[in-house]
Design a protein. Sequence first.
Length: 530
Amino acid sequence: YALEDQGLEEQALEVLQRVFGYDAFRHPQQEIVNHVVAGNDALVLMPTGAGKSLCYQVPALVRAGTGVVVSPLIALMQDQVDALTELGVRAAFLNSTQDFARVREVEQAFLSGELDLLYVAPERLLTDRCLSLLDRGRIALFAIDEAHCVSQWGHDFRPEYLGLSTLHERWPDVPRIALTATATDATRVEIAQRLGLDNARAFVSSFDRPNIRYRIVEKNDPRRQLLEFLTTEHPGDAGIVYCLSRAKVEETAEFLSAQGIRALPYHAGLDQAIRAANQSTFLREDGVVMVATIAFGMGIDKPDVRFVAHLDLPKSVEGYYQETGRAGRDGMPAQAWMAYGLQDVMQQRRMIDESTGDDAYKRRLGAMLDAMLGLCETVECRRVRLLAYFGQKATACGNCDTCLEPPQTWDGTQAAQKILSAVYRLWKERGQRYGSGHVIDILRGKKTDRVTQYQHDELSVFGVGADLSEKDWRNVLRQLITQGLLAVDHESYGTLALTEDSRAVLKGERTLMLRRELAKPGKTRESSGS
Ligand code: ADP
């Protein structure tokens, strides 16, 4: 038995080298592969880019039969199958984009044992036709990709995933491997429960990248700030600068070039030949700075990227983590630097408002943005915050800006109480909701037309916040919003409302420390009473 296992392990390594052309497994791929090759169930949590695919692709090639991969990403199936075919792997997919003739071909190939890997969308897999097809062929394993989609509380819930528990009931002897890059502890438990992975071994990788130093600075003159960062901290280093728009990519690349930095642009609007040339220059030559949209980076494996800079706010923590993760793959010190300001918040909020999609979709985008803003505004260790997002605990790292130069904070409890009670009174006494501008006018005691028209000067909160400027109040507001102490209804002209958490602040049960560096409330006015 042991000898046989040994043989399988050797076969796995041989497949890795011969088929995929890699020298060695990355940690913890080897353990996972051996576990699945031997016929066991596994639950794999690994950050994006760590190499989840090989964890089921290699076992599928080593074990007899076809590896059946359940994936919700229909749009990516073609690419995945193309890439595998190029490596000489016999792969195919079944999904709704195919015509009947092609479906028959794929089914025939599966039944004749001519497929190493078969990708299927979950709703397809659960049809009678597909289940009976699988009954008639030989299955090497089931891989359930994006397994967090089974979680009803997660943001990616797919009802079809709930049906996948049937795999175990129908084929109890076929090993199953569930994989995901995003799962809190609660989600992990839910995945195991719903997929019936009672005996699965969990392989949980750390999401930490200790050699990356995280820094988020206040944006005031972004191009100059970037230039200073590059010339003082990374002269001659290779790195990536991410911008939101194509126009900004081109402007920034030109600006850096004019300053004597070897910078090249990359975005999906550039001619294919130019894109390919710039990418290969970046990969092959030393010290090139790639200025790019997020179109750049997928599948780029350059070990000595010394920095990743963001001139615009990413849409989610996942995106930020994925993009910054391209720095320092060689394990040597690297930096993730970002300039962030109020205009980023506004821009992203507007993009969400204007996006096409239903309410639930917009809410999801909003929640993802909020988590990203929380990371920007935090006065705690950035790494602790980042890892907490992925459900992992860490201690203050000593290698991020907030650890190295702890931001100054001030007690913003009273200021927060003033805003929250203004919002509360408007709602309670008048049944009205307003946006930030009007609420600030009330606090500052400004007799605008609207204030007079609605007699808001008669509210007890009128003028209680004359001690802070409008700009100061906006900064406080932004922090309350990013901390979830105030909700903004973007579909109703950005009106403000209290949240569950507001009450504790209003009642004085909670002290609120705010960041000074981003929200400069000026002098010591914050200590004055109400
Ligand atoms: P994930 O699905 O976890 O996001 P992928 O499976 O797409 O990650 O792998 C990310 C990249 O790492 C791919 O380009 C892949 O070819 C590469 N990779 C994975 N495992 C290895 C390895 N053992 N050696 C070298 N490269 C690897």
